[in-house]
Ligand binder design. Sequence first.
Ligand code: SF4
Ligand code: SF4
Length: 372
Amino acid sequence: MRARVIGEADVLRLVDLLRQDRQVIAPFCGRGRDSYFDVVTDVNRDRIRLHVPNPLYPPKRYVLPHIERLMRMRRSAAGLWNFQPDYAETPLALFGVRSCDVAGVRHLDRFYLGREYVDAYYERRRRNLFVVNMVCTDPEVDIDDNCFCVCADTGPAARDAFDLQLMDLGGGEYLAVAGTAAGEDLFSAPFFRPATAAHVERRRAILTEVRGRFRSTTSWFAATVRYISRGDVLDKTWEEIGNRCLECGACTFVCPACTCFTVSDRRTGKEEYERVRMWDSCALKGFTRMAGGFNPRRAVHDRRNRRFFRKLAHYFIQRELSMACVGCGRCAAVCHGDVGMPSVVEMIRRATAIAAPPLDESSTVPSAKVTA
Ligand code: SF4
Ligand code: SF4
């Protein structure tokens, strides 16, 4: 482990160091429980929060913007079209990203970069991104009842996809762990001190203690993944889930692991257009509507069914090497119908297990023959 120690008072100097050659995005607190990510400026720099309630809007938008222009299209007087791609190359640092959101970026990486087609727009943003993970250690502030990173195996400390990881050891000290060469380069700054075996041991003890603070450390994911993958979930269970969905789309828009988008062209001048990409949501009726007007998933339960199949079915887990859920709990926090991920996993497990036929003799494994 390439680790150093940094004093709490010097963490802002680390932010200043990052700001020398890139824009830095960090978490802030608003009114009450409200928290958000924003660009760090000279004005707000002192208000950066190291421990912060989970911002409902994840930092995903800095690597996959809610709306982004992909290209400009112009027609010349001679009638020829000119296509000008619009790539974002601004170096960016995401500072203070919790581990579930780091796993969310990792999931986006596998979707947009990990297969036969590489998304050139995402790839440029990602190449210019520096990620500073903050381990959630304060149970009063960082962790709430909706968090289940321990069940999703993404936290409380990220294991990869960060450049630098900070963890509050208490007593005004933070342990900094480098995840990449770029992260390790920062250790040449004078405010980093060598870490000792005692610091690493303190990290281990804190993580053990924090894991025990989660309300539930038992996951029903395994059973639900199996039921969804085998098509065992009853139609009436999907209908019950669908009946509780108000089709607002909030669960998808706050999800750090949702990847869906739509593309649209819009006129910007007489002979000028721009092509934009924007997040889309499987919760919305138009998501699967085809050009001729036919919609194979008109019923809301068909679309909810699709959301959880996409997130939990074995086919996708095998393809992307993870569930498309990182355990951030945001969908549980925003859903008016209480059909966020934890509730749905529990509803499916309970309903499917109860409906399963009891074991009979023919379904048991025959016992081995004992010979003298
Ligand atoms: S947040 Fe809840 S009500 Fe809104 S679309 Fe998602 S599941 Fe439906
Ligand atoms: S499905 Fe819900 S809990 Fe899972 S990553 Fe998305 S918003 Fe977070």
